[in-house]
Design a protein around this ligand. Structure first.
Ligand code: RIB
Ligand code: CA
Length: 310
């Protein structure tokens, strides 16, 4: 039996790679993909998601369901510098999208699918957590029916990628993240920058994909992203933030995790969106998150290449 999953995305460059990995792995039953504003607008993220499904000829197989068009309480904070104004690094500009998104809101889709497949659905969250927060607020019993939640987001021992302390997905909607972290999910795994920054796709990896429409898309969509990364970090690479969340769903052994109490800052001048991890249990609170502290990066890259090569 394939693992039942729902992907929640703000399709940008790495969300697209996560969707491609999820489909090409052949190991996941993707019940649907929910979209949310984040890297780009809700409309753009939704259109990009539909394009990626069309690239693999899956546009009629996997429903795309639109979600929140802004964070719970804050203004949108797009990341066009990293993902381009279109969100896919300028790739697939000429592709027309024929299949429209499914009716209804992502939060209701999440609840409906989890109830229909009670105990069997893994939620893979690679965007600001607005949709899941809305779902939990509407149906708190959701937390006991989900099999697992895997969240790409946060950073617990390093620096942020939006502010010195905050990672993007947490920074955009910290109130939503706080709701999700405090909701009582029994199996919430945090795939933070601590590990995703080690999962670096390079030009050599892309060459190993061979020549295909898919490898040409990956090369084109990551070109600017790699350049940005080089300018900031001195390495020409594409950090596979979102694909690693899919990797963890495929093989939990890829990462080392530890249970800690983690909360999200929402009332700070400097640290809003920080994922505060209580490593020494100083707050005497029960652990609520399985925090990824290390990753077998080479093994993950090999999995990624194996799934996507021609
Ligand atoms: O910090 C990286 C995360 O923020 C990724 O999900 C990326 O797509 C952006 O949404
Ligand atoms: Ca994302």
């Amino acid at each position: 039996m394939k693992k039942k999953v729902i992907l929640d995305v703000d399709t940008g460059v790495d969300d697209a790679l996560a969707i491609l990995l999820a489909i090409r792995s052949g190991e996941l039953d993707i019940l649907g993909i929910t979209t949310v504003n984040g890297n780009v607008s809700l409309d753009q993220a939704t259109q990009n998601t539909c394009k990626i499904l069309k690239l693999l000829g899956m546009e009629h197989e996997i429903p795309v369901v639109r979600g929140a068009n802004k964070p719970l309480m804050r203004a949108a904070h797009f990341e066009h510098r990293v993902h381009g104004s279109d969100g896919l690094g300028g790739a697939l500009q000429d592709m027309q999208v024929d299949v429209l998104p499914a009716h209804g809101h992502a939060a209701d889709f999440l609840v409906d699918q989890v109830r229909q497949h009670d105990g069997d659905v893994t939620l893979i969250m690679t965007a600001p957590l607005t949709n899941l927060a809305l779902a939990v607020m509407k149906h708190p019993d959701l937390v006991h029916q989900v099999k697992e939640v895997i969240v790409m987001g946060g950073v617990v021992q390093g620096f942020g990628n939006v502010t010195p302390t905050a990672e993007y997905n947490m920074y955009v909607d910290p109130e939503a993240a706080k709701i999700v972290f405090q909701a009582g999910f029994p199996a919430l795994t945090l795939v933070g920058l601590d590990v995703t920054r080690k999962a670096l796709l390079t030009d050599e990896h892309i060459q190993a994909l061979g020549d295909s429409p898919l490898s040409r898309y990956i090369k084109e969509s990551t070109a600017d992203y790699m350049q940005r990364y080089y300018e900031r970090n001195g390495v020409r690479a594409c950090a596979l933030h979102d694909p690693l969340a899919v990797g963890v769903a495929l093989n939990k052994q890829l990462v080392t995790t530890h249970p800690y109490f983690v909360d999200v800052e929402t009332k700070s001048e400097l640290c809003d969106g920080q994922t505060v991890c209580d490593f020494q249990n100083r707050l005497l609170k029960e652990a609520n998150v399985h925090v990824c502290t290390d990753v077998s990066a080479d093994e993950f890259l090999q999995l990624f290449i194996h799934a996507l090569r021609a």
